[in-house]
Each structure stands twice: as C-alpha cells, then as structure tokens.
Design a protein around this ligand. Structure first.
Ligand SMILES: *Cc1c(COP(=O)(O)O)cnc(C)c1O
Length: 364
C-alpha cells in the first residue's frame, strides 16, 4: 500500500514564481543568482525549476545532493556551499564546478586532488565580516590567501571572493558590509592584476539590499534558497511586507489519529519528556485535543508548524505524534480527517529528507 500521510505537497508553480521574481530583481542590480537547494534536501524537481527560473547555477552545502541532482540529469554548474572536508575533495573536484573555501590547508589539498584527477576547479574564497562562521578573519591574510591561490595553485582557479552573513552570528547584511567585501575584492584585483569574476554578497538575508535598492554596485552574485523556498524569514520574521513571494511552497498534510477532551496539565509527578527535556505546561482545564500522525522525527520542532485550521495550536508531541489543541477550532474534527500545515525552514529541511513522508508535486 502506498503511503498517503504524512504527505508533503510541493507547489512547483509557486516556487517557480518566487525564484523568477528574485532572479529578475537581482538581474536589475547586475547580480547572478545561485539557487540553493539544501533547504529542501536537494530535491531534483526543485533544482530543475530553479534553473528554468533563471538561476545561473545551483548550490548545496551537501555534496551528496549535488551528485544526486547530476545523476538525475539536472545540468549545472554546481557550487558547493559548505567549505569542504579534505576527505571529500576528490568528489568536490569530480562533481562540483566551484566551491567556497576558507583554509589554506584545504586549498593545498584541493590542488593535490586536482592533480591526481588531472582536472581544474574554481573557488570563491570567503571572508568573515562578523557572522563568525566560515571565512578569513584577518583582511591581509584573506588577500594573501587569494594571491596564493592565483600564483601557487595552478589547478585551482580563483573565481572570486564571498561572505556569509545572518547565519551563526545573526549579523544583518548592510551596504557597509558589502562595501567591506568590495574593498577586499579590489585589493585582491590590484595584487593579481585582473578582475575577479565573482563577488558573492551572501544568502537570502542579503536579498533585502536588492529589495530596498541599497545593494552597492559590484556585488554580482547571491546564493539564495530560503527566500524562494519558504519566503518566511524576510516576509514574516523581518516583517518586510511588499515582497510578493508565496509562502505555501511546502504544505504538510497529516491524518488525525485520536480526538478527545483531556486535562491540559499532565496528571502525576512531572519528570522529563521523550527528548530529555522538562517542558512547562499551562493548566487551562479540560480541552479538546487531537493527535496527528507525524512527529519530531518528521519535522523537527513541532511548535514551528503553522496549522491552516483557525483556532488550532500545536501543543507539542514526541518523535511520531503531534498533539494539537482544537477546543476553539470550528471544524468538527474526527479520526481520519486531514489537517494541513505550513512549514518553517527547519520543518521543510527535515520533512523533505524523510523517506516515510510521501511527496506530491503540484505541477499546475
Ligand atoms: C545555506 C547557505 C546559503 C543559502 O542560504 P538561504 O538562507 O537558504 O538563502 C548561502 N550560502 C551559504 C554558504 C550557505 O551555507
């Protein structure tokens, strides 16, 4: 029997419209878009539509997703977003056109891997402008590393420089940050005596500068996933209202297993839950609730799901159960009914990677 629920419905036309809008707006600023597919676990169907929507290349942090897309026949070029492990460099050279880099030991090993395979590979060297994830911290060291690649690593082509913001350190991309990156790019160009092809200004959060018209000229590359796939960060969390991007690209449908009125406060001595946590419970008296047949194993944080039915809140759950308060829901829910949820980025990330969540692609 084919699994019906939980089922993730992927609205391909909405995802395509989102990416087309982003590509058009970026294009007007002279920016090429790398379509980032890691948020949906590298689904080839999404990779394909990103390319059709005008993305100049496709990117993922996971080389396995890049290999799977190539094997599915989705044409590249492909950019590896997570700075690679030395142990995966031969795959990087074989399967990726370009990678982000931030460590001279790795760059030397990359040159050696290229030599062994008799191939060349393009790199974007990363600088850290405050977000404290990957990248050179010292600006001179950054420029020297770029010059080193250019002069000493004949099989590694220095395609450009880049930055990542708004990930670990939650640092907002600003035109000041972009100008710092441009200054570094100009220093590198002066030292190597040629123009860099790529100055990569970041991820979805840097798209805000395109939207507001404050992206400095010279930034010519962004790596964008979330804003096309989920579109919640900027439109909901940042509160930017006039972007016009669909937020229902990924909708999860689950089946109701049980409906019952129960106390809202657990009965007995409270210890720890299934995940070793000590949650707090609010006593709201007896409330009507239901259980839906998916759990943390499928979507991560259940509390980040957004139920489509009005008057419904997610109470929590466990690895395989999602518990909802439905006391104020006008729908008379019963076992076997189907409930729909819009996903957050992390929900989408988990759900797309689960073999026991059915996938349905909506094509028109
Ligand atoms: C994930 C990632 C991106 C894309 O981020 P989104 O927020 O999904 O747009 C870009 N660059 C790097 C280095 C990444 O790891």
């Amino acid at each position: 029997m084919e699994r019906q629920f939980p089922r993730l419905e992927v609205n391909l036309p909405h995802l395509r419209e989102n990416m087309e809008k982003i590509v058009t707006n970026c294009g007007q600023c002279g920016i090429q878009v790398c379509g980032v597919i890691k948020g949906c676990s590298g689904l080839p169907e999404v990779a394909e539509l990103f390319r059709q929507a005008g993305c100049a290349e496709l990117g993922s942090s996971r080389i396995e997703q890049i290999i799977a897309c190539r094997e599915a026949g989705i044409p590249g070029p492909y950019l590896l977003l997570r700075i690679p492990m030395i142990s995966e460099l031969e795959d990087v050279v074989q399967w990726c056109d370009t990678s982000l880099q931030s460590d001279l030991t790795v760059l030397d090993a990359l040159e050696a891997a290229c030599c062994r395979l008799d191939q060349t590979h393009r790199v974007i060297v990363m600088v850290d402008l405050g977000d404290l994830r990957e990248g050179f911290w010292n600006r001179d060291e950054m420029v020297n590393a770029c010059v080193y690649v250019e002069k000493n690593l004949p099989h590694v082509h220095l395609a450009g420089v880049g930055v990542n913001l708004g990930c670990y350190g939650s640092i907002q991309p600003t035109s000041d940050k972009m100008n710092s990156l441009l200054t570094i790019a100009h220093h590198v160009e002066a030292r190597i005596g040629r123009q860099l092809e790529i100055v990569s200004g970041g991820a979805s959060s840097s798209y805000t500068l395109v939207h507001w018209g404050s992206m400095p000229q010279g930034i010519n590359h962004l790596r964008i996933g979330e804003t096309a796939l989920n579109a919640r960060d900027l439109q909901i969390d940042w509160g930017i209202r006039n972007m016009g991007l669909h937020m229902d690209g990924f909708v999860l449908k689950g089946e109701v297993l049980e409906v019952r009125t129960k106390p809202s406060y657990p009965v007995g001595q409270i210890a720890i839950d299934a995940f070793g946590r000590r949650p707090t419970y609010v006593d709201r008296g007896n409330r009507k609730r239901c259980i839906v047949g998916f759990g943390r194993a499928d979507v991560g944080d259940l509390e980040r799901l957004m139920p489509h039915d009005p008057g419904v809140t997610v109470l929590g759950g466990s690895s395989d159960h999602c518990i909802l308060d439905i006391e104020d829901c006008p729908r008379n829910l019963k076992a076997g009914d189907i409930m729909s949820f819009t996903l957050s980025y992390s929900n989408m990330l988990y759900a797309t990677g689960r073999p026991d969540v059915a996938l349905k692609f909506i094509k028109t």
